[in-house]
Design a protein around this ligand. Structure first.
Ligand SMILES: Cc1cc2nc3c(=O)[nH]c(=O)nc-3n(C[C@H](O)[C@H](O)[C@H](O)COP(=O)(O)OP(=O)(O)OC[C@H]3O[C@@H](n4cnc5c(N)ncnc54)[C@H](O)[C@@H]3O)c2cc1C
Length: 301
């Protein structure tokens, strides 16, 4: 049976969703529609506009896959989708890294240790970290996009022997916007991982690279044909990254992106997060690029 381009695309997507369904783990204490209160164990400032909160899960723990997100609810203010930025191997702490942009996230930055946040989740598809064993891995992150990718980095480092080359390319607007700076330094000092960081603009005291994150792609070392790429950042950054990775020889089928859309229910009911014919909350946020390429290239869709 021969497949046309559109049915091939549907097939890729269907297979990805089946794998994701199998992998997606949800504990009964945290329901889809009713937030469960989690206490804040620690809240720390990462950069001038970004902070990380560590939540105390219920006794049975909290399992998730890299790239999944939770709906976080602040009583009397509202609810927002936030990716889980912690380690999948630790079900005793639930970590989120949040940039303050509007009403809910600004209110959340004033929370203190001991306060509570409502949690629904985990929701959505995941990065193919486990599934990509045997390949070289290239992670390309822009700004806060490093947060949803961090669980994949932890996973790959914990199973380092199963992968080929491992490259992390990170771009931030300025040096003071660099997220997880200490961890980046630690990863950069390893011999089994290549970490390149650049900023869009900098003062004279910055000794690192200046330029957009795609300028790092030709400088990094990986075997394109055997590479799986995971990309997260502003949409314009992801578009250029996909094209430049493809120019290096990475097949489109091996590229994954994480999409953001304004979201309300998180479970595919309200339609707020529609992206092309899909809903980012349940069909995403992580998509194989080859499954969405027809509508990904259209701006404002
Ligand atoms: C699946 C998913 C995962 C996410 N993960 C993270 C994360 O790990 N960390 C993080 O800081 N943020 C993340 N976001 C974005 C986060 O949900 C929004 O920043 C948040 O909802 C803003 O809410 P607010 O009430 O603070 O701002 P609002 O008052 O709602 O909005 C303030 C401004 O931000 C714009 N805005 C709101 N939401 C978005 C969005 N999703 N994309 C682009 N612009 C937006 C609004 O149009 C407005 O201009 C994620 C979004 C999605 C869909």
């Amino acid at each position: 049976m021969s497949m046309n381009a559109s049915s091939q695309q549907d097939y890729v997507y269907l297979m990805y969703m089946i794998k994701t369904e199998e992998k997606s783990t949800r504990i009964p204490a945290v329901t889809e529609m009713t937030p469960v209160w989690f206490r804040i164990n620690r809240i720390q400032k990462d950069t001038h506009d970004t902070f990380t909160i560590d939540l105390q899960p219920p006794e049975e723990g909290f399992s998730f896959a890299p790239g999944q997100f939770n709906m976080l609810y602040m009583f009397g203010v509202g609810e927002v989708p936030i990716s889980i930025s912690g380690d999948t191997s630790r079900n005793d702490v639930l970590v989120h890294t949040i940039r303050t942009v509007g009403s809910v996230t600004k209110a959340m930055q004033n929370l203190k240790k001991g306060d509570c946040v409502g949690v629904r989740g985990p929701f959505g598809t995941h990065w193919p970290a486990e599934e990509s064993a045997g390949n070289d891995i290239v992670i390309v992150a822009g700004g806060i996009g490093l947060a949803p990718l961090r669980p994949s980095i932890y996973y790959i480092l914990a199973h380092r022997e199963k992968y080929g080359r491992f490259v992390l390319l990170y771009g931030a607007r300025t040096p003071k916007d660099i997220l997880f700076r200490k961890e980046l330094e630690g990863w950069r000092s390893r011999f089994d991982m290549e970490v390149l960081v650049t900023v869009d603009r900098a003062q004279t005291d910055w000794k690192g690279g200046v330029g957009v994150v795609t300028t790092l792609i030709p400088r990094s070392h990986f075997d394109p044909e055997d590479t799986v790429a995971m990309v997260c950042g502003p949409e314009v950054m992801m578009r250029f990254t996909i094209q430049d990775l493809h120019k290096r020889g990475v097949p489109y089928e091996n590229m994954y992106v994480s999409m953001e859309r304004s979201m309300k229910c998180g479970v595919g009911l309200c339609g707020h997060c529609q992206h092309g014919p899909s809903f980012v909350c349940k069909d995403g946020p992580v998509y194989p690029y080859s499954a969405i390429k027809d509508w990904f290239v259209k701006r404002e869709l």
